[in-house]
Design a protein around this ligand. Sequence first.
Ligand code: SF4
Length: 207
Amino acid sequence: MINSPVMDYVYTYGDPSRLYLNGTNRCTNQCRFCVRCNCEGLGGASLWGDTEPDLDAMSRAIAERGGAAAYSEFIWCGFGEPTYRLDLITGIADYLRSGGAAIRLNTNGHGALIHGRDLLPELSPVIDGVNVSLNAPDCERYLALCQPVATHLPPERYWEEMLDFLSRAPDYFESVQASVVGSVLTRAEIDASAELAARLGVGFRIR
Ligand code: SF4
């Protein structure tokens, strides 16, 4: 579903000291609860588009919203999985940090499947904290809710890769959180997800 030829590359949502960065609409999942299913954007921004930003376009978009020094945190989170744009994430980090801001990555944890290699060592220098979409307490529930797109891999790989990324992330980032969508899980599933996050040694958030 792409209704806008040019998507907004940056947007604010709630706290005005945080700027969200939208680098792609591509995703390895098609989650039943994805906000993309119900709206065209967030915070007044249109996040669907068929033109992904390059480094210059993303830098210009941030400059037009006050520049790097105007924000305390930048968050890679758009209508897609941000690690598809590893080039952008690594290329713009110095500029984002030039005003003292922290950088967070909201990810489904599938970067290694997308790029065919472990991304944690590459992300570590350019990201301060990660929020990983755990989404479920077990593989079966994860696949039912998140519906991985690709058919050339066993679907279980998507659960396993997410868990691998999440479990090793504390060695690479200052803060690591696993998150679930509370409205699509039972109380027992939320509790089991929180217990899984605790076993992995990461924080837990219901979104
Ligand atoms: S991983 Fe995120 S962007 Fe992708 S479909 Fe799920 S909720 Fe949407």
